[in-house]
Ligand binder design. Structure first.
Ligand code: A5P
Length: 225
């Protein structure tokens, strides 16, 4: 295991303390979330089930025999999602994030919106002073690709189509390079208002509540102000 994977494993294990027994658990997407899914397998008899933020995570959960529920079904049965555990591509001290490197940003944002607590699990390389060195993913309806790219250029970035990639929702992704995001909530709103955008990978209006950060010196816990 690489040292970075070791840190991902440690934060995944730390996140188990936030799992609420008997409840539906929101589960994210990516290599760090995969470590969490593998840890969650040990608790599968003690949770009601999970809601997954991607087809890939749903498959991994089912591979462990963990029940994956449809989000609409869960909500219509009156079941809450007390906690959502997911990684991030970048996170700042305000616990605003860039997500969507794996292309699951829209479903991640939906599950995060429903969950009462967002626990972000990251290795220390993801903590940055200013978001934007990681190209910001934007999920776009295919018909609107060129229009949205023009509008994003006006906001100061350089959008590039993620070649050969279709989201779980049948859409495309434009990754915006060259941004220095000093006001993440404002940029999130501006991008999400462009017609044809499904959502952008800025998670600032609904950021994380808890960051479990894997460092060489152990797992640090950071809380949103
Ligand atoms: C998936 O779309 C992303 O939002 C992931 O949460 C993010 O890319 C983090 O992935 P890793 O844990 O693999 O770095």
């Amino acid at each position: 295991m690489t040292p970075q994977d070791q840190l991902k494993l440690e934060v995944a294990r730390a996140a188990m303390a936030y799992v609420v027994e008997g409840a539906v658990i929101g589960v994210g997407t990516g290599s760090t979330a995969n470590f969490f899914i593998d840890e969650l397998a040990a608790l599968k008899g003690r949770i009601r089930g999970t809601v997954a933020s991607s087809v890939k995570s749903a498959e991994r959960l089912r591979g462990h025999g963990i029940e994956v529920l449809d989000l609409n079904d869960a909500l219509e049965r009156g079941w809450d999602i007390p906690v959502y555990v997911d990684g991030a591509d970048e996170i700042n001290r305000a616990l605003h994030m860039i997500k969507g490197g794996g292309g699951a940003l829209a479903r991640e944002k939906i599950v995060a919106a429903v969950a009462q607590k967002f626990v972000c699990i990251c290795d220390a390389s993801k903590l940055v002073p200013v978001l934007g060195a990681f190209a910001l993913p934007v999920e776009v309806l295919p018909m609107a690709r060129a229009h949205v790219a023009r509008e994003l250029t006006k906001l100061g970035g350089t959008p590039r189509l993620r070649e050969g990639f279709t989201t779980d929702n049948g859409n495309v992704i434009l990754d915006i390079a060259g941004l220095s995001i000093t006001d993440p909530p404002a940029l999130e709103t501006a991008i999400n208002q462009i017609t044809g955008v499904v959502t952008c990978g800025l998670f600032a209006r609904r950021g994380a509540d808890v960051l479990l950060l894997g460092t060489g010196g152990g797992v640090e816990t950071h809380l949103a102000a």
